[in-house]
Design a protein around this ligand. Structure first.
Ligand SMILES: [Zn+2]
Ligand SMILES: [Zn+2]
Length: 302
């Protein structure tokens, strides 16, 4: 039986490598103590890759059953820029994401996390319009169930998706809103200027978010500490508790009711033999599981 998401708090997982075959990622995730996982569907620094073969898909299916992870998310490749203006680059970006969505369909992945794009000096407005047009192009050609989860970015360079307003604008203006979702990233949010260091900060962020985007649109949170300071727009992830966000930030997020049942995913330096992932996942579970059970609802009900 796959473990259900924890009803008393978030569930915890990590980004894991698909080296040696996609199914190997699932084995790695369970060895780390993950309750769910995130993967690239192919080499994230290449535009295209060989199509998935039948044996690989079968091995993946078997590993999914054996490992019993509650969910697996995909993260799109880093070359893709749906806001690009160079026609050749834009066309390649769209086809690359379409190819990744087809891979997600074959692997049965419900969400692919995507950085909205970079406007390359043309301004956010023109960039966001281009992202919308790209999403239209993609959804006209993909009829699978996989949804695109737009990830908040640190706002480095000309990166789009640095604010609640920009993500809300994309959701509100897309003709395919029901095929989109949202992925939070604590490092990116902090670097973009949203303070999360105390329980009051976390609650302020959630309330501000809810004023513009239904909270149900959030499908995952990348739990990363930040090497850069508040508002620095520096996208550099750090092991939880070792960066500028610090441990209390994550305790506050785990304790906040809005994050109950949400998958948290580590994208932080793994250390020798993945020691950082192992210890961080264990620590996060300990924080969650030591929290008192709520007595006002029957067990097993979220
Ligand atoms: Zn990302
Ligand atoms: Zn992230």
């Amino acid at each position: 039986m796959p473990p259900a998401f924890s009803p008393t708090g978030p569930s915890f997982g990590a980004h894991v490598s698909i080296a040696g075959g996609h199914h190997r990622a699932l084995e790695r995730a369970t060895a780390l103590g993950c309750e769910h996982a995130q993967v690239f569907t192919k080499n994230n620094l290449q535009w295209f890759a060989r199509p998935l073969d039948e044996a690989g898909v079968a091995a993946w299916g078997e590993a999914r059953e054996c490992t019993g992870l509650a969910a697996v998310f995909a993260h799109a490749g880093y070359l893709i820029n749906l806001a690009g203006e160079d026609p050749e680059n834009l066309d390649r970006s769209r086809r690359s994401l379409l190819d990744e969505l087809e891979r997600c369909r074959r692997l049965g992945l419900p969400f692919i996390v995507l950085h909205p794009g970079s406007h390359r000096g043309r301004g956010a407005e023109a960039g966001l319009e281009q992202v919308l047009a790209s999403l239209d192009w993609i959804f006209a050609r993909f009829d699978g169930a996989t949804r695109i989860a737009l990830e908040f970015t640190a706002g480095q360079g000309d990166a789009l998706g640095r604010s609640i307003e920009e993500i809300a604008w994309l959701l509100d203006h897309s003709a395919h809103r029901d095929r989109l979702a949202v992925c939070l990233d604590t490092c990116h949010l902090f670097a973009a200027g949203y303070d999360l260091r105390t329980a009051a900060d976390v609650d302020r962020f959630v309330r501000g978010f809810r004023r513009q985007i239904p909270w149900e649109n959030v499908v995952c949170l990348h739990a990363n500490d930040s090497k850069g300071d508040l508002g620095s727009r520096i996208d550099r992830h750090e092991v939880l508790g070792r960066g500028r966000l610090g441990g209390p930030c994550f305790e506050a997020i785990i304790a906040h009711p809005a994050f109950r049942g949400l998958p948290f995913c580590l994208e932080t330096p793994k250390g020798k033999d993945n020691i950082n992932d192992r210890t961080t996942l264990a620590a996060l579970k300990a924080i969650r599981d030591q929290r008192p059970e709520r007595k006002d609802r029957p067990p097993g009900r979220g």
